[in-house]
Design a protein around this ligand. Structure first.
Ligand code: NAP
Length: 281
């Protein structure tokens, strides 16, 4: 019997570490699998995913920019993915239809709470961004006990839409990017924008960072370097990139597909060696 086939779909996708991470998990647990990266621009994504399923593809990860659009292609969606309005894990069911899950939120919380040993409860949080990853992060952080969350996005309507979807006006508010200098400070600042990919500066005031604050960039490697440099210059207590989240969300997907969760620490250490926590000005 041929190995079950998996893939990550995105655009661009050449940078994705997912094929190597899933190969490492499979090797660790003795699970045979094929996992490839498929470059899928928005115009052809649905057709490419359909062809992958018809050719026997068992499951897929979905990344930028398709996490929200793929919801419409799922016949079944987990509660968390429906709340977040974003899917990053597809599993082909016996009836040939896709089931959508979202493991980004669990990956983020697991990395912060278990790998870095930090308590999220009662923190005043600031979330920068309102795209697919930010949506999952918002729901997961609130579920994990963050006291309140301020969402700021370059396009304010998307932040408002996310706050409306959460529906907890006592805990969640939105503000304009221009007002960042007037918001006081936060004990948790999560950068869920993709600005680092294009090396665009977020122009964040240092005054946002409370003493002992945790600053976390969902992106990793050099893409996170400007945000991490800002966080350290602002004297944040902790500054982490999203490599651990990437590996934890992959492990959650792996468990959905194969029924077993790999040991993530060895894989994290291997990739951390290649991608040190950069902080450059
Ligand atoms: P997305 O849906 O395309 O959303 C991008 C977000 O970034 C939007 O809120 C966008 O604002 C904002 N943005 C882009 N350029 C900006 C700029 N110059 N200034 C301010 N805001 C800007 O992308 P996504 O899927 O949410 O991914 C977001 C980031 O998370 C990416 O860096 C991705 O690599 C990372 N990520 C990491 C993991 C992990 O496991 N570590 C998982 C998922 C995603 P507008 O709404 O105004 O366009």
């Amino acid at each position: 019997m041929s190995e079950p086939r998996f893939a990550v779909f995105g655009h661009p996708i050449a940078h994705s570490l997912s094929p190597r991470i899933h190969a490492a998990f499979g090797k660790q647990l003795g699970v045979p699998l094929q996992y490839t990266a498929i470059d899928a621009p928005p115009e052809t994504f649905a057709a490419q995913l359909d062809a992958f399923g018809k050719a026997g593809g068992s499951g897929a990860n979905i990344t930028l920019p398709h996490k929200q659009a793929v919801l419409a292609l799922c016949a079944h969606v987990s509660d968390f993915a429906r709340r977040a309005g974003a899917v990053n894990t597809l599993t082909r069911r016996l009836d040939g239809h896709w089931r959508g899950d979202n493991t980004d939120g669990a990956g983020l919380v697991r990395d912060i709470a278990q790998r870095h040993g930090l308590d999220l409860r009662e923190r005043r949080g600031l979330l920068l961004g309102a795209g697919g990853a930010a949506r999952a992060a918002a729901f997961a952080l609130l579920d994990a006990g963050v006291a309140e969350l301020t969402i700021v996005n370059r396009t304010p309507e998307r932040a408002d839409a996310l706050a409306d979807a959460i529906g907890e006006p006592d805990r969640v508010r939105t503000r304009y990017w221009d007002a960042l200098g007037t918001l006081g400070n936060f004990e948790l600042i999560v950068n869920a924008t993709s600005a680092g990919h294009t090396r665009q500066s977020l122009r964040l005031p240092f005054a946002l960072v409370a003493p002992r604050a945790l600053c976390y960039d969902l992106s990793y490697g050099m893409t996170a370097s400007a945000f991490l440099a800002w966080a350290r210059a602002a004297k944040a207590g902790f500054a982490y990139d999203g490599l651990g989240m990437l590996i934890e969300q992959a492990a959650e997907s792996f468990a959905i597909w194969h029924g077993r969760r790999p040991d993530t620490d060895v894989v994290y250490d291997e990739f951390r060696g290649e991608l040190p926590l950069h902080a450059s000005d």
